[in-house]
Design a binder for this molecule. Structure first.
Ligand code: PLP
Length: 378
């Protein structure tokens, strides 16, 4: 597999999670809505898996609704909050460094006549609370703020934002995209004070095609998908039991080894900073932040060229976020990095199974890139 250092883009499925999915597909494959024992057993399993995910998230099982991915959770939270708040106002606050799963629904709402304030990041790549406080209005119906930025690894002040909303007696609901924060930065939704929170399976060693949304108990959100009434009537569609089984297994195992895994990633990140900063022209953009993401820049070089150079040697990192598909990153642009630095940004991201050898391979690869590639003229 080479040296995989792009765990913020996706993670390999843990064998235990794959095994749980296989069992759900080949043994407990009944429809959870069916009334005979194959169905009721599947329904009982879903109940247990929901409890496992809730335990890992630090909330009640009835506060967890399974979705198909982080993007779906984000879209739902935003649309539902706006629908709920339509008699209170038409103003939304989010940040300029959210994932496109939040930014694009907000842009769509702007087209429909809503007003959206995009809070700009400070130099450290996070949001100043004073800016948030100044943006809150009596007609603000939603604040959507991510917990960990996917390109920088910075941790945003979500709990402080919840407090500011309360202090301002603002009617806004608070949504948090915690796709990069789940099992990387310890939190519970109650500690953060959020109303809705999104997570995604494939960032925590479960397969793609499964996510979840936390909805605070008592908050009556409009449904995402209408149909047979699954997921408490909020997200219809026969439960994807294999994906749920895998998500629950990955979440449970991730929670069980959380402290050890975080320490491992912190140590690796410190080691990577030490090794990589020895390369001429290489700068670390954000040395602190979440333990699994390290944004670096090889000033003067084009990141896509470096990514290809490294991948030819079996070393995998991303040129900023994989979701940009070649477009310049809005996050690095919002940070106002000099163009030569922006062009050369690479995102290195770790997991519990990343090793020092992976980091050593990256350091050698980048040193070779520095020596063998031509700096870009732009
Ligand atoms: N939000 C953040 C911060 C992400 O990093 C991602 C994925 O890269 C998403 C949302 C989208 O999640 P998914 O790929 O499950 O749709």
């Amino acid at each position: 597999m080479g040296h995989y250092l792009d765990n913020a883009a996706t993670t390999p499925v843990r064998p235990e999670a794959a095994q749980a999915a296989l069992e759900a597909m080949t043994e407990g494959w009944g429809n959870p809505s069916a009334r005979y024992d194959l169905g009721t057993r599947a329904a009982d399993q879903v109940k247990l898996w929901r409890a496992d995910v809730a335990a890992a998230m630090g909330c009640l099982p009835e506060e967890v609704i399974f979705t198909s991915c982080g993007t779906e959770s984000d879209n739902w939270a935003i649309q539902a909050a706006v629908q709920l708040g339509r008699h209170k106002g038409r103003h939304i606050i989010t940040t300029a460094i959210e994932h496109s799963a939040v930014l694009n629904p907000c842009k769509e709402l702007e087209r429909q006549g809503y007003e959206v304030t995009y809070l700009k990041p400070n130099r450290r790549g996070t949001i100043d609370l004073e800016d948030l406080r100044a943006a809150l209005r009596p007609d603000t119906i939603l604040v959507s703020m991510m917990l960990v930025n996917n390109e920088l690894g910075t941790v945003l002040p979500v709990a402080e934002t919840a407090k500011a909303i309360k202090d301002a007696k603002c009617p806004a609901l608070l949504h948090c995209d915690a796709v990069q924060g789940f099992l990387k930065v310890p939190f519970t939704p109650a500690q953060l004070g959020v109303d809705m929170l999104s997570i995604s399976g494939h960032k925590i060693h479960a397969p793609k095609g499964i996510g979840a949304m936390y909805i605070r108990k008592g908050l009556k959100l409009p449904p995402m998908i209408l149909g047979g009434g699954q997921e408490n009537g909020l997200r219809s569609g026969t439960e994807p039991t294999a994906q749920i089984a895998a998500l629950a297994t990955a979440a449970k195992l991730g929670q069980a080894s959380l402290e050890r895994d975080l320490r491992h990633m912190e140590e690796l990140k410190a080691y990577a900073v030490e090794r990589l900063t020895a390369i001429p022209g290489l700068n670390v953009l954000v040395p602190d932040g979440a333990p699994h993401i390290l944004p670096i820049t090889l000033t003067g070089y084009k990141s896509e060229v470096v990514v290809r150079f490294l991948s030819d040697r079996g070393i995998y990192v991303s040129a900023g976020s994989a979701c940009h598909r070649g477009k310049p990153s809005h996050v690095y642009a919002a940070l106002k990095l000099p163009k030569k630095q922006q062009d050369g940004v690479l995102r290195v991201s770790f997991s519990y199974d990343t090793t020092r050898e992976d980091v050593d391979a990256l350091a050698s690869g980048l040193a070779a890139a520095h020596d063998q590639l031509f700096p870009s003229l732009s």
